[in-house]
Design a protein around this ligand. Structure first.
Ligand SMILES: [Zn+2]
Length: 354
């Protein structure tokens, strides 16, 4: 058997498999129980690589050899667990060793490309972007943005939600905005999202935590029922995907974290995007939002019922916020005025939460 790099794999494969798979197999890799556990080894030896033919330079040959070995390893690992003497741990162990070997290959490639790659990242991270996206395995933030490690802070959950009472997303956002000082927050949905599909098709009474989790998407569904009823099937799902992104952008913009950052003059833009699984392209749903006014203006101009609703929500939010600020300011002034009887002013009602 010859691999893509022209390597005769039989001996190399066995040599590497011996290092990667520390368990007995159905005759492929005889091993006694007394042998100590061997963690995954490094890249193939120079000796093994020297046997490869072709015009590639050493690093290219190394990567090609690893890729060939890994592709050979996966079916081999699967087959090994069908034989006599296999245990329930064989398949998961083989999968783990395969993915650890893949990790070593990746780490090796990074340092081949840039020897200081890991030393630069070790002590600091200064990402400019916070990504709030769906947990769907087909929507990996770094890869589809073309950004490497250290360039994007990531929060993912089912349905890319950013609800104010979710301590996970809010604490992540707080750290990203106040400590890392990210300059952008992306809320990204994706067409064909299973969470959104569930919000359209599953009855509320369906058991399970995921069903409870997607309740916020159901709220968006209910507020846009007339628009959604005009659509069917995937079109209906995809429209609710977009409306859900808008709703989450609204949540991000009205969160105390982002409001405080904007009040303090921090540079911070919020973006609503949607990703197409079919072609890997991101579509921009909102212009960069750098204030609540930006969001209100944009949503007011749109024809969509959902955005008109959010526009009103923003106006209502701003109106209540202004009122609360005015009340707090008046109460603060009152508390600072000297008391006629000379007593110490007490904290006014409304300035504490207790
Ligand atoms: Zn999804």
């Amino acid at each position: 058997m010859r691999g893509t790099a022209g390597v005769c794999l039989s001996s190399l494969q066995n040599a590497v498999l011996r290092r990667l798979l520390p368990f007995s197999s159905a005759g492929l890799l005889p091993r006694t129980r007394k042998q100590p556990y061997q963690p995954p080894g490094g890249p193939p030896s120079e000796q093994a690589l020297d046997s490869s033919a072709g015009p590639h330079r050493s690093c290219c040959r190394r990567a090609a050899a690893w890729a060939t070995v890994l592709s050979a390893l996966r079916p081999a690992a699967g087959a090994m667990c069908n034989g006599d003497g296999c245990t329930a741990r064989c398949a998961p162990e083989a999968s783990l060793q395969s993915i650890l070997a893949s990790n070593r290959l990746w780490a090796h490639e990074q340092t081949q490309h840039d020897p200081s790659f890991f030393s630069k990242l070790k002590d600091q991270q200064t990402p400019e972007w916070l990504w709030i996206g769906c947990s769907d395995s087909r929507v990996p933030a770094n890869e589809l943005l073309g950004l490497g490690p250290g360039e994007v802070f990531v929060q993912r959950n089912v349905g890319n939600l950013a609800t104010h009472k979710d301590m996970n997303v809010m604490s992540c956002m707080e750290y990203a905005v106040t400590v890392l000082k990210v300059k952008h927050i992306i809320v990204c949905g994706h067409y064909g999202c299973g969470a959104v599909k569930g919000a359209l098709t599953l009855p509320c009474a369906t058991p399970g935590l995921v069903n409870l989790w997607i309740q916020d998407i159901r709220d968006t569904r209910d507020k846009n029922i007339e628009l959604l009823r005009k659509l069917r099937g995937p079109e209906q799902v995809d429209k609710l995907v977009e409306l859900n992104v808008m709703r989450q952008v609204f949540n991000v913009c009205t969160s105390p974290i982002v409001q405080q950052a904007w009040d303090a003059g921090q540079t911070l833009a919020v973006h609503g995007l949607v990703y197409a699984l079919s072609d890997g392209i991101l579509k921009q749903l909102t212009p960069p939002v750098t204030s609540l006014g930006d969001f209100e203006e944009f949503s007011h101009e749109q024809e969509l019922d959902g955005l008109r609703h959010l526009s009103l929500s923003v106006l209502e939010h701003m109106s209540f916020e202004r009122e609360a600020l005015r009340r707090t300011s008046m109460e603060r002034q009152a508390s600072q005025r000297p008391q006629q009887d000379g007593s110490t002013p007490t904290a006014p009602a409304g300035t504490t939460f207790a």
